[in-house]
Design a protein around this ligand. Structure first.
Ligand SMILES: *[C@@H]1O[C@H](CO)[C@@H](O)[C@H](O)[C@H]1NC(C)=O
Ligand SMILES: *[C@@H]1O[C@H](CO)[C@@H](O)[C@H](O)[C@H]1NC(C)=O
Ligand SMILES: *[C@@H]1O[C@H](CO)[C@@H](O)[C@H](O)[C@H]1NC(C)=O
Ligand SMILES: *[C@@H]1O[C@H](CO)[C@@H](O)[C@H](O)[C@H]1NC(C)=O
Ligand SMILES: *[C@@H]1O[C@H](CO)[C@@H](O)[C@H](O)[C@H]1NC(C)=O
Length: 488
C-alpha cells in the first residue's frame, strides 16, 4: 500500500497536475523517513534522459553523507538500457547495500567521497553493474573482502556480477584479498594506481592473477619495485599496463610473460639508469611504449628496442639526463620498420647517429628541448634524410652549439662544409645510372691502369728476386756447410 503511494509521488514530480498534487500532499503526510530521503533525491539529483534506454542520475556535488534510495523515474529503463549513476564529490563514508537498479549496463561512480567502509553484498542487487568507480576515497585493503563484489545468493551459491571496470585508484590499499575477484569473471580493467602497495605480496598476486580476463592494469604510483613472476601468469589478454611512478630500477622481467598480448606499456618516472637489450625482451607485439620522466636514465644501449617488432609509437622524452642513444638501439629492426611516431623531446641529447633509424619512414618526429650540437650528422638527419619534414608545426628544434649557430632552428642550417652536402655525393646515393655511365668508363680505365701497374711491379719484383738469388748461388750456402759438417 505505502509502496504504491510512493510510486505515485514520484510520478507526481514528473507530471504534476491537480489530481496528482493532492496525492502528493497525502503522501507527504504519511511519509516515513525513507520517503523523505526518496523525495530528497528527486529534488537533489538531476535525471537526464537521452532516450528511453539511456539515463543519467547525476547526484554529483550535492552534499550527500549516505547513499539515498533511487528515485522511481529510473524504473523506466529497460532490461538492456544503460544507466549512469554518479555521486562524484560528495561526503559519503560508507557504501551500503545499493537498491536494485534496472538496465543491462549499469555504471556507478563514487569518485571523490570519504568512503572508509563497504558493507558485505553491497552490490548484490546490481548483477548488471559493469563499471564501478571507487577512486579517491579512503578505502583500505581490509575493507575489500571477498564478500563485496558478488551477486545474490541462490541455489546454494553466489551469482557473478558483470563488473568490467573497477577503479580503486587513490585509496589506502596495501594488499588485496586473494578471492576478491572470484565473482567478477568479466573484469577487464583494473585501476590500482596511487595506493601504498609497496610490495605485491602473495595474496595480492593471487588476486591479480585470478582476474584472467584483465586487459588493462594500472599499477602506477604504488611504490612497488618488483613484480613477482607469477603475478601475470594466466593473464593472456593483458593489453595495457601502467607501471609509472614506481621504484623499478629495471623493466620487470614478468612483462615477457604477457609479451604476446601486451600492446601498451607506460614506464615513466622510475629510477632506471639505463635501457639495454634485456629491458623489453619478449614484447614482440607492443604497439606503443612510453619511457618518459625517468630522471636517472642516461643511456639507451645497443639493441634496446630490437625485441619490439611491431612498435608504432615511441615516447622517449622528458628524461632530463638522457645523453646517449646507441646508434644500434634499433638493431635488426630497420628492414621491417614499423615505427611511425618517435618523440625524443626534452632529453639531454646533443648528438645522435644518422643511421639510428630510417628517418624517412617516420610520420612524426619530436626533437625539441635538447642540447643539439648542429654538426654534419644532424644536418644529414634533418636535411638529407628528410627528418626536418616530420616535425609538428611550431615544434622545430634549435641548435645549442656551436656558438655561432646557437638558437638557430636546425631545419634552417645549411652546412656547406659537410661532405654529405656535396651534390655528387647525394646523387651517388640515389644511384642514377645515367649519371654513373661516364664514371664507369673512367673507373674501367683506372682499373686497367692499376692492373697494368701491379703487373709491372710484380715483373720488377720477380726480376730483382732472381738477381739476388743468382748472386747467392755464386756463394756457398752457409747452412749446407753446417749440415755436411754435422754429418761428417
Ligand atoms: C546516451 O545517449 C547519449 C546521447 O544520445 C550518448 O551520447 C551516449 O553515448 C549514450 N550513452 C550510452 C551509455 O549509451
Ligand atoms: C552533474 O551536476 C553537476 C552539478 O550540477 C554538474 O557540475 C555536472 O557537470 C553534472 N554532471 C553530469 C555528468 O551531468
Ligand atoms: C568538491 O566539492 C568541493 C565543495 O563542494 C570543492 O571545493 C572541491 O573543489 C570539489 N572537488 C573536486 C575534485 O571537484
Ligand atoms: C560476461 O560477458 C559475457 C560476454 O559478453 C556475457 O555473456 C556474460 O553474461 C557476462 N557475465 C556476467 C556475469 O555478466
Ligand atoms: C629560418 O629561416 C627562415 C626563412 O628561411 C627565416 O624566416 C627564419 O627567421 C629562420 N629562423 C631562425 C630561427 O633562424
Amino acid at each position: 500500500m505505502s509502496f504504491k503511494l510512493c510510486i505515485i509521488v514520484n510520478r507526481c514530480t514528473l507530471k504534476p497536475n491537480l489530481y496528482l498534487s493532492v496525492l502528493v500532499l497525502v503522501c507527504v503526510l504519511v511519509a516515513t523517513s525513507s520517503y523523505a530521503q526518496n523525495l530528497d533525491v528527486a529534488k537533489k539529483c538531476e535525471i537526464s534522459k537521452h532516450d528511453d534506454n539511456n539515463l543519467t542520475l547525476n547526484c554529483s556535488r550535492r552534499n550527500f553523507y549516505s547513499i539515498p534510495q533511487w528515485p522511481l523515474e529510473i524504473s523506466q529503463v529497460t532490461k538492456d538500457g544503460h544507466m549512469l549513476i554518479t555521486f562524484f564529490n560528495n561526503s559519503i563514508t560508507k557504501v551500503t547495500e545499493l537498491p536494485a537498479t534496472p538496465g543491462g549496463r549499469i555504471a556507478i561512480s563514487f569518485k571523490h567521497n570519504r568512503i572508509t567502509d563497504i558493507v558485505m553484498d553491497a552490490f548484490q542487487n546490481l548483477e548488471r553493474l559493469v563499471y564501478l568507480d571507487l577512486s579517491k576515497n579512503k578505502i583500505s585493503g581490509d575493507v575489500l573482502r571477498t564478500e563485496i563484489f558478488r551477486g545474490s545468493y541462490n541455489f546454494n551459491k553466489y551469482n557473478n556480477i558483470a563488473l568490467e571496470t573497477l577503479n580503486l585508484g587513490h585509496n589506502e590499499i596495501h594488499s588485496l584479498d586473494r578471492y576478491l575477484f572470484q565473482y567478477t569473471p568479466n573484469l577487464t580493467r583494473l585501476y590500482l594506481n596511487n595506493n601504498p602497495i609497496e610490495l605485491l605480496d602473495h595474496v595480492t598476486v593471487l588476486a591479480i592473477s585470478s582476474a584472467t580476463n584483465l586487459e588493462v592494469l594500472d599499477l602506477s604510483h604504488t611504490d612497488i619495485d618488483n613484480i613477482p613472476l607469477v603475478a601475470f601468469k594466466g593473464l593472456k589478454h593483458l593489453q595495457q599496463i601502467d607501471l609509472s611512478g614506481n621504484k623499478f630500477t629495471t623493466v620487470p622481467e614478468t612483462l615477457s610473460l604477457v609479451g604476446s598480448s601486451l600492446k601498451f606499456l607506460s614506464f615513466n618516472n622510475n629510477p632506471i639508469v639505463e635501457l639495454n637489450d634485456d629491458s623489453f625482451i619478449g614484447l614482440t607485439n607492443l604497439i606503443e611504449l612510453e619511457v618518459a620522466e625517468n630522471d636517472y636514465l642516461d643511456e639507451v644501449k645497443r639493441s634496446t628496442f630490437s625485441p619490439l617488432k611491431n612498435l608504432r609509437v615511441l615516447h622517449l622524452c622528458h628524461n632530463r639526463n638522457l645523453r646517449y642513444i646507441s646508434h644500434n638501439a634499433f638493431k635488426g629492426l630497420k628492414d621491417k620498420w614499423t615505427l611511425k611516431e618517435v618523440y625524443l623531446d626534452d632529453n639531454d641529447l646533443s648528438e645522435i647517429s644518422p643511421d639510428l633509424m630510417p628517418w624517412t619512414k617516420l610520420d612524426t618526429l619530436g626533437m625539441t628541448g635538447n642540447n643539439w650540437l648542429c654538426n654534419c650528422d644532424l644536418a644529414d638527419i634533418v636535411t638529407l634524410q628528410g627528418a626536418g619534414e616530420k616535425f609538428k608545426t611550431g615544434e622545430s628544434p634549435y641548435c645549442a652549439a656551436p656558438l655561432k649557430l646557437s638558437g638557430e632552428y636546425i631545419t634552417n642550417i645549411t652546412l656547406s662544409f659537410c661532405p654529405t652536402f656535396d651534390k655528387t655525393f647525394s646523387s651517388k646515393r640515389k644511384f642514377s645510372i645515367t649519371n654513373l655511365k661516364p664514371k664507369q668508363v673512367l673507373w674501367s680505365i683506372f682499373g686497367v691502369a692499376i692492373v697494368a701497374c701491379i703487373g709491372m711491379a710484380i715483373g720488377w719484383l720477380v726480376k730483382s728476386v732472381k738477381n739476388i738469388y743468382k748472386k747467392n748461388r755464386n756463394q756457398p750456402v752457409p747452412y749446407i756447410n753446417l749440415n755436411s759438417n754435422s754429418f761428417a
